[in-house]
Design a binder for this molecule. Sequence first.
Ligand code: NAP
Ligand code: F7E
Length: 346
Amino acid sequence: MKSSARRALITGITGQDGSYLAELLVAKGYHVHGMVRRSSSVGTQRIDRLCLDSVDGLTLHHGDMGDAGGLARLIREIRPDEVYNLAAQSHVGVSFEQPACTADANAFGVLRILEAIRDVQDAIGDPIRFYQASSSELFGKATEIPQSETTPFHPRSPYAVSKLYAHWITVNYRESYGLHASCGILFNHESPRRGETFVTRKITRAAARISLGLQETLQLGNLDASRDWGYAGDYVEAMWRMLQQDDPDDYVIATGETHTVREFCEHSFGRLGMNYRDFVEVDQRLFRPAEVDALLGSPEKAFRRLGWRPQHSFAELVALMVDADLELARKELADGTGRRAGDSPL
Ligand code: NAP
Ligand code: F7E
């Protein structure tokens, strides 16, 4: 028997977005089921607080996007009202080094979940709403500025190509089988919980550590790339809103502002009273075989239909990330772990 609380399954709950979405859904009274993949060391740091605070609102399960049987079993047992598929090998640069496992998790993994949802829906009759984490990387070598839901796709990496399959298979299952399946085409969104090898976090982490003498330089690749950067906490609200609509659809989620990596450096180091030029070194090894030069989203449809708006400006985003990393660096300095952590060459 289903309990009265709505049930959501989140794949990728241990990631940046998964952790914010889980907090949002628990606060809304959902029972959240999170899929966690097994690893040799525990990787649940982003949700540890939530696990402690919401023992009755959160259940974790082992699972992997590569394991069709396990995914099907999870959906059958949980019988979720909503599934948010956030799990992915999400690093564009790494996808050039690991194209096959990126494709398997990001593309075929989505097909495996859609098949499981279809089977359970057919067997049980209860509708299951599905959210797919699509990406602005689909636009790649973009032919329009700004990019909207009607801009043609031109993916530029194995990651983007895998997300293209995932996007279209989600649209196809909506059109073929009437699934309530929506894709959020999210532009870059960041936070203090962002993985440390994405460029924003790499910059804020290094700026904080350099300001305390824990690190000397920062190696970066292409400083001229520009991105439409928003705050992750704002973007998970848009995911939830998509699944509350009567009809499924696809939406661009963005701020409508773009900034270069160089500007992100200027603001981050500037907040700590430093000039990034004194510390940033360009390392050719960090350039990608094919680059996405510039992205700028048009979130007009989400504004109109979802009533969604980003709540944080670019300057606020930089400030909250730099301040959180300064706090972290101060702890590292105090407990002597600073020389071991951070300063990643990746
Ligand atoms: P993230 O921090 O890298 O989190 C990815 C999550 O996927 C982690 O929980 C990871 O588990 C899990 N995962 C990876 N491979 C898996 C597998 N084979 N089986 C099961 N779980 C697996 O990514 P994010 O920034 O939160 O992004 C969430 C989703 O949105 C991703 O699909 C990403 O591609 C997409 N997206 C992100 C952005 C952005 O700017 N953040 C923009 C557009 C789209 P571990 O913790 O074990 O590694
Ligand atoms: O790179 C340049 C790099 O890795 C941004 C993922 O969440 O957003 C993310 O993908 C830009 C690129 O994010 C370094 O070449 C320079 O032009 O932070 P990033 P991304 O590739 O835009 C999209 C929307 C997703 O869907 C993805 O999942 O910064 N850059 N120097 C660098 N990038 C990194 N990582 N490291 C550098 O040293």
